[in-house]
Write a protein that binds this ligand. Structure first.
Ligand code: SF4
Ligand code: SF4
Length: 385
């Protein structure tokens, strides 16, 4: 029997974190007398900032190392995950690998009865507004926390690593037990019991918050199944179609490469208060993904299909509160914000301010804790004109 753990993470920011979790699952399981190995998904490009990526850990108590590796070693993806960890809750909107081939549901590879475990501050109901239903029952569990930057050396010690090990032990004790997780962490950090304590707290939280998602719950998947080309449909040699060049003053008026849509790469998106904009053009000039489009009234619309959510536009905009980054789970579509603004300025500003107040939450960095310290957006009245 093979137990499979899938770790969904964001490229660059969480790469080291996912690798450490996968490695520790194998290490702890082997300390319990099992065999295992972990690897990253072959087709991802985790060196790209924010790209949805996957790491896997496989554990067996009755196969040899060679047999386990023969079964799982060459897999590009897995379709029977017992546990699927989600290290950034905005990934519940779907994941797409590098070389865009379509958005796939976050729970697509979960086996019947498997458990999706999300680090989040949202409720199950909030998350299920974005996750498609499945033909058979599955489980959803959460433990509290923000998107961790533990993959980068700057914020490496927020204990998401240890807490995730505790969460996996709660979701699949036959992979590893919480006692084995605590023993491993205490051995590694003999003078620091807070790490094992953090794992135990996450374990308790996941046990408490684990719910069975019955058939019929969840949204309908909007994405068609991926159809891969047949070998005889391939062109001779390598064919890279050129992007037709074009420019018009309108939303989506600039030509873009259809292969580089970035929908699921972002955790946040910019909201623009067009009524405050001074038309300085800095957002258009500085956006590294050329996501802004000049529109006829001199403003700059943003094309969310190509925005990676890097936040640079919000950094360079010289007008206070004109561009603000908001949690991606606050949004349901990628339509043009400028078109909405043009139809009804007042309604748009009210909508934008509501989004800011709800979605702009800054969580303090407290090692080992998930205590939120939230800062709400300042409401700026509409500028008439
Ligand atoms: S967040 Fe702003 S700067 Fe970054 S890709 Fe999106 S529109 Fe461009
Ligand atoms: S940077 Fe800000 S003020 Fe300048 S054009 Fe963009 S939205 Fe307007």
């Amino acid at each position: 029997m093979i137990r499979r753990v899938e770790i969904n993470y964001r490229g660059v920011f969480q790469k080291r974190l996912a690798k450490k979790i996968g490695g520790d699952v194998v290490r702890i399981a082997s300390q319990m007398g099992k065999v295992g190995f972990s690897n990253g998904r072959y087709s991802d490009a985790p060196e790209r900032s924010g790209i949805p990526s996957k790491y896997f850990a496989f554990v067996s108590s009755d196969l040899s190392e060679e047999e386990l590796e023969a079964e799982c070693g060459a897999e590009l993806d897995i379709d029977q995950a017992d546990v699927s960890i989600v290290l950034d809750d905005t990934l519940v909107k779907g994941v797409e690998p590098w070389a865009w081939s379509g958005i796939r549901p976050i729970n697509e590879n979960l086996r019947d009865g498997g458990t999706l475990v999300v680090v989040t501050r949202r409720t199950h109901e909030d998350l299920l507004k974005h996750i498609p239903g499945k033909p058979r029952g599955w489980r959803l569990a959460t433990y509290e926390g923000s998107q961790s930057f533990s993959g980068m050396w700057v914020f490496r010690d927020d204990f998401t690593h240890e807490r995730t090990l505790g969460a996996i032990a709660a979701a699949a004790p036959d992979v590893m037990t919480i006692e084995a997780v605590e023993a491993c962490l205490n051995n590694r950090h003999p003078n620091d019991p807070t790490r094992a304590e953090a794992a135990r707290r996450a374990f308790d939280e996941v046990v408490e918050k684990m719910k069975t998602v019955v058939v019929g719950t969840g949204v309908e998947s909007k994405e068609a199944a991926i159809v891969l080309p047949k070998w005889f449909e391939f062109g001779e040699g390598t064919v890279v179609a050129a992007v037709p060049r074009g420019f018009e003053m309108r939303p989506s008026g600039q030509s873009r490469n259809q292969q580089y849509k970035r929908g699921t790469t972002r955790s946040q998106r910019p909201i623009i208060r067009f009524d405050l904009c001074t038309k300085c053009a800095l957002c258009w000039l500085e956006c590294p993904d050329e996501s802004f489009d000049p529109v006829p009234d001199g403003l700059y619309d943003v094309n969310y299909t190509y925005c990676v959510g890097c936040g640079k536009c919000a950094q360079v905009c010289p007008v206070q509160e004109c561009i603000v980054m908001i949690d991606e789970l606050e949004f349901d579509d990628e339509s043009s914000p400028w078109e909405t603004f043009s139809k009804d300025r007042h309604a748009y500003v009210t909508w934008a301010e509501d989004k800011k107040s709800l979605g702009r939450l800054i969580h303090s960095y407290v090692p080992g804790s998930a205590d939120p310290q939230t800062v709400k957006g300042e409401r700026i009245p509409p500028k008439h004109g």
